[in-house]
Ligand binder design. Structure first.
Ligand code: THU
Length: 131
C-alpha cells in the first residue's frame, strides 16, 4: 500500500509518550493523515470516572477537525500490545464520519509492525445520518 506509514508511526509514537493512562497503564498513540497532507496526532486521556476516557484515535481526529481538516486519508494506532491494536467500536464510528474511501487503517503492534486494512472493512454497514 502506498502510504505515509512511517511518518504516521513517528507522530503516533511521539503522542503516545503523553498518554494519560493512570488507570489502565495502557499507553496509546494515534496519527491521522488529512486530505491536505497534514498529520495530526493524539493520545488516550483517561479519567477517574472511567466512562469519560477518550481514546487516542478520537483525540487525533478531533485535533484534525479543530485545525479545519475534514477528511481522513490514513489513520495509524499503536499501543503496547503484542497483537495489532484495533480501534474500538466508538472510534470506528468516529473514523467513519470523516473517512474518504479507501481510507487506510494501520493497526500496529508494540514493535510498530502493522496489519493494514480499510475503514470499509473495519466498519461494514456504517451508520450515516441521512433523512
Ligand atoms: N484505547 C485507545 O486509546 N485506543 C484503542 O484503540 C484501544 C483502547 C485506550 C483507552 C484506554 O485509555 C486504554 O486504551 C485501555 O482501554
Amino acid at each position: 500500500m502506498a502510504d505515509k506509514k512511517e511518518e504516521l508511526l513517528a507522530a503516533a509514537r511521539k503522542a503516545r509518550k503523553n498518554a494519560y493512562a493512570p488507570y489502565s497503564q495502557f499507553h496509546v498513540g494515534a496519527a491521522v493523515l488529512g486530505a491536505g497532507g497534514r498529520i495530526f496526532s493524539g493520545c488516550n486521556v483517561e479519567n477517574a470516572s472511567f466512562g469519560l476516557t477518550c481514546c487516542a484515535e478520537r483525540n487525533a481526529i478531533f485535533a484534525m477537525v479543530a485545525a479545519g481538516e475534514r477528511e481522513i486519508r490514513e489513520i495509524l494506532v499503536i499501543g503496547e500490545s503484542e497483537e495489532f491494536l484495533p480501534p474500538c467500536g466508538a472510534c470506528r464510528q468516529v473514523i467513519a464520519e470523516f473517512a474518504t474511501p479507501p481510507t487506510v487503517v494501520h493497526m500496529c503492534n508494540r514493535e510498530g509492525q502493522s496489519h493494514d486494512t480499510t475503514v470499509a472493512e473495519l466498519v461494514p454497514f456504517i451508520f450515516h445520518l441521512k433523512k
